[in-house]
Every structure is written in structure tokens, then in C-alpha cells.
Design a protein around this ligand. Structure first.
Ligand code: ADP
Ligand code: ZN
Ligand code: MG
Length: 479
């Protein structure tokens, strides 16, 4: 029997602040263990946390980007549990009043889009890291608290996804949205971005959801998708044998390619949440709302759609150009100089992005400005220079950042449409090639092509081909 797959995802994103959530220790990744710590983030008794405003505003930016409801005032709660990487024995999080609720994100599905509801967006502190020695006879583990207290944003969806492909599309769309909003660097290998999936099955058309399994310990998007696929098979087998899926938390084992039981929901801890007494509530006043909202960009999928609809870009081109926010900004800025989205888009895709890749540089290190690339696109679509010359101008622009006009002048790349310049070349080509003339007279059209080649060679590519061909036809007609 076929079961309907139901998936909800929790996204954890480390916010791109310079300092931690409650203290001014650095958030930099990769430092020697326990060097980015202080009494606050190692959980000494008696110290007081102070909210990092920037972190709060980044959380708020995400809530607005996903069209969440945002309360006028929010606060933090203590989530009490013991674990070696959590020296305070509680995590400061939000439980009773989230930064945002009831939002949504649109994800691309089968050429269209699907709306995934966001249950809530909330801010909490990350925990440290337990380091287990590789030696199998070691009887100890180590704890690195550099990560303890790094601001962590949690984004919880409603169970709206219906298969691994939708979960994959969600993760990719979420990552791009967090990069676009510039709230997280999203380096998955540095643990900036982590996903946890909940999966259940139900009979098609059933009104109620089935018992869900939550999967932890997934370190990459690929692992999340594999874990979901594994769980679907496992739960399908149980249901088809007439069994019941237990509501539990399972751990993904990447090497084994399987999930294993971690704990059942019945044994789940009671976190004894209560409002954090050491922090005052945060008021989200009109000024803060307006300021943060102003920093929310159009999200990538919406921008891609607009590039297709308003500018007539092909779907593929729109996707490539909108993929990175700065590239998309560059494109739109360039259109202010030359309002021809297809031509400008082509130069960005086929010349600029390709050269950037070859040179291993990003858009911030790029020498040409949007107006200069637009100016070149405009010149190239006129008959002032031919295509190889335009490519040459672009390469020089990449090296120097000079204006295309200046490069064309300096390199003498302008092509001539002046018959006074072209006629002597045509006459010489005809005089030097009597066989081509004879061919033309006996009706071979290829003779014109041959003579064109001779003229263009003498002109070093700078003769306007249409004008040259016209003169060749005229001169041969006279013979
Ligand atoms: P809890 O309070 O136990 O953590 P939540 O209601 O917050 O549970 O849900 C956690 C995650 O599980 C969310 O991403 C949600 O979409 C997802 N989820 C809830 N119920 C189901 C279900 N029956 N099947 C799949 N996912 C579910
Ligand atoms: Zn600290
Ligand atoms: Mg939860």
C-alpha cells in the first residue's frame, strides 16, 4: 500500500554576528578550543547575560522576510536540561513568545511553487561541542565551549512537505534565503546551518497525521534526504505489516545509512521552561520594526520570477542571475545604464560569471562596475565593434576596470562602416583573386564568402561585415 509522506523541518542557523549572544566573546570558527570563552558563556554562577542587539535584529529580519507575525514585545525562557556541552544546565531560548509566528516560505516544486508554512522563528544560544577521542580505549571526552553562546536561530515549519524532493527544495531555498537576507554565512561544514526532519506516514486522504519520528544528527542536506528516504521505507514496512510506528527520536548513522532509536517521546525530558529572570523583555517598537523591515530583501525565488516575468529572461538565465544576491543587484544596477535585460544578462552569465569562476574571484573583488558592463553590452549590440573585439574589451575590463570606450580607443578596436575605408580592400581582394571572380561568374555563391574572408583578414576584423559584403556584391556585379 502507498502511504502519504508528511515532513516537517527545523532549521538551525548560526547568525553572522561578530560576538556571542550574551557576552562579547568572538564567534569566529576554528580557534583553539576554549579560547573564545568568558565567565558568562562558560556558565559561571552569578554572571548576567546582556542581549546582543544585532543578533536580535537579525532574527527579526528573518521573521519579517518570512512574513511572520511579530509581537510588540518578546522575552526569553530557560530550557532546563543537563548535558556536558551546556555548562549552565539550561539553555536560554524562546518558548512562550517567539520572535515570529505564522509565516511562510515559497519553495520551487515541479516548475511551480509551493507554500510551506512556518510555525515559528525563535532565537536561542548554541551549545558547546563534545569532542570524543578517536582512540577506542580512551576513557574521557573533552568539551570545547567556543560555540557556547553563539546566537542560533531556529525556524520551525508546519508539517507541509510531502516527500524527500520537497524537503530537498525547502533546504536549498531556506539556505539561499538566509544568504540573501545576510543573516548567516550558511557554511554547512562549519555547522552554521543544520536541519532536523520529522517524518510520518498516513493513509492517503486521512484527516489526522500519523505518529512522527524526529531525526537528529544529520550533518548535510544529502544526509537529511537519505535519512528521510530511509525512514519512509522503514515506516512503510511497519505499517504494511500491520504494526504501529512509535513516536520517537532517532539518530542518523551516515556510515550505516540507517536511523537508530535514540529515545521515545514518552521518555522525553520535561524542560521545565520558565521566563529567564536575568534578561529584560525586548520591546519591538515602530522604529525598530521599520528599520529592520527596510533591511529585508526580495527573496530569491520571487526575484527569479520577476526576472522571468518583467524582463523576459529565460527560466535558466533568471535562475543563474538571481542565485546570488549581489549578482542580481549587479544585473539590476546595470539595467539603469542599458535597459536591455537579455543583452546585459548574457554578458553577465556568459562573460562575467565565467571569467569570475576562472579567476576564482567573487563579486566584491570584481573590477568592472555595473555601468561599464552595461556600456559594453550596448556597444557590442551596435555594429561599432564585432564579437571577438567585444570579448577582448571585456577581458581587458576584467584586468583593469577601465571604461569600454577607453579600451576600444586605446586598442583601435572600432570597426568601420565607411565604404571609403572598405572599398580599397575589396578592390585589392578582387585583383588578387581572379579565380574567385571566375567562380562568382559561373554562379558559385561561395566565392563571395571567400572574398569576405580576404577583406576581413586585411581589415583585421575591423570592417563591418554587412557593409563589406554589400560592396563585394556591387563590385563583382560591375565586372
Ligand atoms: P514538539 O513540540 O514535540 O517539538 P512540534 O509540534 O514543535 O513538536 O513539531 C516539531 C516539528 O515536527 C515541526 O517541524 C513539525 O512540522 C513537525 N511535525 C509535527 N507533527 C508532524 C507529523 N505528524 N509528521 C511529520 N512532521 C510533524
Ligand atoms: Zn563569553
Ligand atoms: Mg520542537
Amino acid at each position: 500500500m502507498e502511504w502519504e509522506v508528511v515532513i516537517g523541518l527545523e532549521t538551525h542557523a548560526e547568525l553572522a554576528t561578530r560576538t556571542k549572544l550574551w557576552c562579547d566573546c568572538s564567534t569566529e570558527f576554528g580557534a583553539a578550543p576554549n579560547t573564545h570563552t568568558c565567565p558568562i558563556c562558560v556558565g559561571m554562577p552569578g554572571v548576567l547575560p546582556v542581549l546582543n542587539r544585532k543578533a536580535f535584529e537579525l532574527a527579526l529580519r528573518v521573521a519579517f522576510a518570512f512574513k511572520c507575525k511579530v509581537p510588540p514585545r518578546t522575552f526569553f525562557d530557560r530550557k532546563n536540561y543537563y548535558y556536558p556541552d551546556l555548562p549552565k544546565n539550561y539553555q536560554i531560548s524562546q518558548n512562550y513568545c517567539n520572535t515570529g509566528t505564522e509565516g511562510h516560505i515559497d519553495i520551487p516544486v515541479n516548475g511551480g511553487s509551493k507554500r510551506v508554512r512556518i510555525h515559528n522563528v525563535h532565537l536561542e544560544e548554541d551549545a558547546g561541542k563534545n569532542i570524543h577521542p578517536e582512540r577506542s580505549d580512551a576513557d574521557y571526552s573533552l568539551v570545547d565551549l567556543n560555540r557556547a553562546g553563539v546566537p542560533l536561530l531556529e525556524i520551525v515549519t508546519e508539517p507541509d512537505m510531502r516527500g524527500p524532493e520537497e524537503a530537498q527544495a525547502f533546504m536549498e531555498t531556506m539556505r539561499r534565503a538566509l544568504l540573501y537576507t545576510e543573516v548567516s554565512e550558511c557554511h554547512m561544514e562549519q555547522g552554521h546551518l543544520r536541519f532536523e526532519a520529522s517524518i510520518s506516514l498516513r493513509a492517503p486522504g486521512a484527516a489526522e497525521y500519523g505518529a512522527r519520528v524526529e531525526i537528529k544528527n544529520v550533518n548535510s542536506m544529502k544526509a537529511v534526504t537519505s535519512a528521510i528516504e530511509y525512514e519512509i521505507k522503514r515506516q512503510t514496512r511497519i505499517l504494511n505489516e500491520g504494526g504501529k510506528v512509535a513516536r520517537e527520536t532517532r539518530l542518523w548513522d551516515d556510515a550505516a545509512g540507517a536511523t537508530g532509536r535514540m529515545r521515545s517521546k514518552e521518555e522525553a525530558q520535561d524542560y521545565r521552561y520558565f521566563p529567564e529572570p536575568d534578561l529584560i523583555p525586548v520591546t519591538i517598537d515602530d522604529e525598530m520594526r521599520a528599520r529592520v523591515m527596510a533591511a529585508v530583501p526580495e527573496l530569491p525565488l520571487a526575484r527569479k520570477r520577476r526576472f522571468i516575468e518583467a524582463f523576459g529572461l529565460p527560466e535558466y538565465d533568471a535562475g543563474v542571475i538571481s542565485d546570488d544576491r549581489r549578482t542580481a543587484d549587479f544585473f539590476e544596477e546595470a539595467l539603469k545604464t542599458y535597459d536591455n535585460p537579455k543583452a546585459v544578462g548574457n554578458w553577465i552569465m556568459n562573460a562575467m560569471l565565467r571569467e569570475m569562476k576562472q579567476r576564482g574571484i567573487g563579486i566584491v573583488e570584481l573590477k568592472p562596475k555595473p555601468a561599464q558592463v552595461a556600456a559594453l553590452a550596448k556597444i557590442a549590440s551596435s555594429d561599432r565593434i564585432n564579437s571577438p573585439a567585444a570579448q577582448k574589451v571585456f577581458t581587458i575590463m576584467m584586468d583593469t576596470g577601465d571604461d569600454p570606450e577607453e579600451i576600444i580607443r586605446r586598442e583601435g578596436l572600432e570597426q568601420t562602416s565607411d565604404s571609403g575605408d572598405i572599398l580599397p580592400l575589396v578592390s585589392k581582394a578582387i585583383a588578387d583573386n581572379p579565380k574567385a571572380v571566375a567562380d562568382f561568374k559561373s554562379g558559385k555563391a561561395s566565392a563571395v564568402k571567400f572574398l569576405m574572408g580576404q577583406v576581413m583578414r586585411m581589415a583585421r576584423g575591423k570592417a563591418n561585415p554587412q557593409v563589406a559584403e554589400k560592396i563585394i556584391q556591387e563590385e563583382l556585379g560591375k565586372m
